[in-house]
Design a protein around this ligand. Structure first.
Ligand SMILES: [Zn+2]
Length: 207
């Protein structure tokens, strides 16, 4: 674990975001550089980490952040959980990232065809429930889907629900006192994004 005084990235939030955009561009063009080919000596990271972004993404096997952002060891601090939900443990991990790693950029990364979001919509529209612990996870998604209307065609409902779920997680992060302090200080950015499965593009949401 790092301490408060540990060195942190020198990138600003905007520079960190630009790095992610550029990395996703390399990935889409098939120019991603494998992190396993010695781009950065692993021994450089033994003494500590200075990741430039924290990513909260889904566990889905099709959305690995290091690969879709063409990032290296030590670049990204990542939380992955089905449906990129917020829970006390995840909030604690984010608090660690903000307090000790001082990553200037936080990204909530949803994705198309998210099974967790789809299942939450099934609960909302049709009352369908999954097994207990899965359902308790879906319950954490449902408040964010309140504005998704039931009369939409399924594809549009899913598109809106994925985006709404990203914004719901962002909302919960921004509600925390430390996020509000860091936003006020101006050295912090929280952005939402949706990964498009077919193209490989990460679409950053308008704030
Ligand atoms: Zn998912």
């Amino acid at each position: 674990m790092s301490t408060d005084s540990a060195p942190t990235t020198e990138l600003s939030a905007d520079e960190a975001l630009q790095r992610l955009v550029e990395g996703n561009g390399r990935f889409m063009r098939g120019e991603g550089r494998s992190p396993f080919l010695g781009r950065r000596a692993l021994t450089d990271l033994v003494e500590g980490q200075q990741p430039f972004a924290t990513v909260i993404g889904c566990s889905d096997s099709r959305v690995p952040p290091e690969i879709i952002f063409d990032a290296d060891f030590g670049d990204l601090f990542i939380v992955r959980v089905a449906g990129n939900i917020m829970s006390p443990e995840i909030m604690g991990t984010l608090q660690y990232a903000g307090t000790y790693l001082h990553t200037p950029l936080f990204v909530v990364l949803g994705h198309e065809h998210c099974g967790a979001v789809h299942a939450a919509l099934e609960t909302r529209f049709h009352g369908k429930e999954k097994r207990e612990r899965v359902q308790s996870l879906l319950q954490m998604i449902l408040p964010g889907l309140a504005g998704v209307e039931p009369d939409l065609v399924p594809e549009e409902a899913m598109r809106r629900a994925v985006e709404a779920n990203v914004r719901w997680s962002m909302h919960q992060i921004l509600e925390t006192p430390e996020a509000q302090v860091r936003v006020a200080e101006g050295n912090y950015r929280l952005v939402g994004a949706v990964y498009e499965l077919a193209s490989g593009r990460v679409r950053f949401l308008e704030s």
